[in-house]
Ligand binder design. Structure first.
Ligand SMILES: [Zn+2]
Length: 470
């Protein structure tokens, strides 16, 4: 054994002595103590990945204890990392359980945990005795002999054991990260739809106070629809996060299938009214590609745009350009036939990598929101209104084009541009009211622009929360 090794072992023993001492100090108060550490063979006992894993498991253990109404004294918690590794010690100040019952509950925690055999939760009773249930843990490595036997006989090679532990911990943390990111993406997507519909006043669109140019839907229709969509967003995120094909186009059939299922859920909640078809299409792609890039820690807006373009490179020609039977053509197909490039609608926008979102709306959202710590209602209303105007003034909304023609669409875009120019001036309110009155008079609703605004807000939040970790 080298001198360095001797020194490490000496430090290890000292650290262990100090832990006993800490326990003894708490014993004087006559309470049950609970400690938690990882079983790591060899040295060092802690490193960056062990420490992060310890913190994850500690948080899980604390929630587990709380779920059993086992309360620890927050003021005297001891948590440190030394030569003996990561260590947590707490006094139990309130519980309906005896020390042995607490030990049994902790054993259940260890058994149910996917990496429970790396976890060591010890309970010391009021008299200072280490509580044991008499059950022996099986060895993590051979899965045959009791762990204590393999440890004492040094049955396994330390380096091999540590490699296996590191790899299992990596997998566990990666799975936690996946769940967390997919959950966050679903939350942000749902929030973007809620903030879009709540935004008021809006030209021609449903908002929290009125129905705009619509007669078949109101604020509550949108809330019901959003609730239906929200439960499927995580499914899309999971699909994107785990997608391992070489070409994202291979994901299209499954993405469409999820999209069709969501549409069914939407129509069931809205009694057949189309509130969010465009949003499902745009957000579906946005969630999928965001999750895919976040899984590789390589999200940037440029990469996002380029993947969206790769996936949808021939979308317009494929979906709008082939119909020969005019009697059966959809609004989208008719629009493309009549207006060409201007009539490409949402498909043209996504094929081009969503320029309305990335070139028009996002710079505005950054300008309006970046310096704000919390995006409250007032700040959101101002910033999202500005972003919506930027989108309306650039977007060739195919629904308006189809129903009202080029002239009305151009007038709408011009009026939105004027609002944008006056955004910081006193004249804004009257200019904006003029735009709202125009939409009411013409019975038009720039729904496609509202969808793009929701997606812009989603992309903004993805950047801020999941990429820059604000
Ligand atoms: Zn073994």
């Amino acid at each position: 054994m080298t001198i360095g090794m001797d020194k490490s072992i000496e430090e290890l023993l000292l650290a262990k002595d100090r832990r006993s001492e800490l326990r003894m100090q708490r014993l004087e108060k006559g309470c049950i103590t609970l400690s938690f550490n990882l079983n790591i063979p060899g040295l060092p006992k802690s490193n960056e990945s062990f420490h992060a894993f310890f913190k994850t498991c500690l948080s899980e253990l604390q929630k587990y204890l709380l779920s059993h109404r086992i309360v620890t004294n927050k003021d005297t918690i001891h948590c440190e990392t030394d030569t003996a590794g990561d260590f947590f010690l707490a006094e139990i100040i309130d519980s309906d359980y005896s020390a042995i019952q607490i030990k049994e509950l902790c054993e259940i925690f260890e058994i149910e945990h996917p990496l429970g055999r790396l976890l060591d939760v010890d309970v010391v009773d009021e008299k200072g005795e280490l509580v044991s249930s008499g059950k022996a843990k099986t060895c993590f490595f051979c899965n045959e002999a009791p762990a204590i036997y393999c440890m004492r006989t040094q049955a396994h090679d330390y380096a091999a054991m540590r490699t296996k532990i590191e790899s299992e911990i990596f997998k566990y943390q990666a799975s936690n990260k996946r769940q967390n990111i997919c959950k966050q993406l679903a939350i942000l997507a749902t929030q973007s739809l809620l903030h879009e519909v709540a935004l008021a006043p809006k030209p021609g669109l449903v908002d929290r106070f009125n129905e705009g140019s619509h007669t078949d839907m109101d604020f509550s229709t949108f809330l019901n629809s959003t609730a239906a969509l929200s439960i499927s967003f995580q499914k899309i995120a999971d699909f994107g996060y785990c997608f391992s094909g070489d070409n994202l186009k291979e994901a299209l059939p499954r993405l469409r299938l999820i999209g069709l299922e969501i549409e069914d859920d939407m129509f069931a909640e809205t009694h057949g009214v189309n509130t969010h078809k465009g949003a499902i299409f745009l957000l579906g792609f946005s969630i999928f590609v965001s999750a895919y890039l976040l899984s590789k820690d390589s999200f940037t807006n440029d990469k996002f745009v380029s993947l969206i373009q790769d996936m949808n490179g021939d979308l317009v020609a494929r979906e709008l350009g082939k119909k020969l039977d005019l009697g059966k053509e959809t609004h989208g197909e008719a629009c493309y036939r009549r207006f060409g490039k201007m009539g490409q609608g949402i498909r043209g926008e996504i094929q081009a990598g969503m320029p309305c979102v990335f070139k028009k709306a996002l710079p505005i959202l950054h300008e309006q929101f970046d310096t704000e710590e919390i995006l409250n209602d007032k700040i959101l209303n101002k910033g999202l209104t500005c972003a919506l105007l930027a989108i309306i003034s650039n977007n060739d909304d195919s629904n308006i084009l189809y129903r009202k023609g080029v002239e009305v669409l151009q007038k709408l875009k011009d009026k939105a541009s004027s609002c944008l120019l006056e955004f910081k001036s006193e004249k804004f309110e009257s200019t904006y009211n003029d735009l709202i009155a125009f939409c009411e008079e013409k019975r038009i609703s720039p729904g496609g622009s509202a969808d793009l605004m929701a997606v812009s807000y989603f992309m903004y939040r993805v950047n801020r929360r999941l990429v820059n970790h604000d």
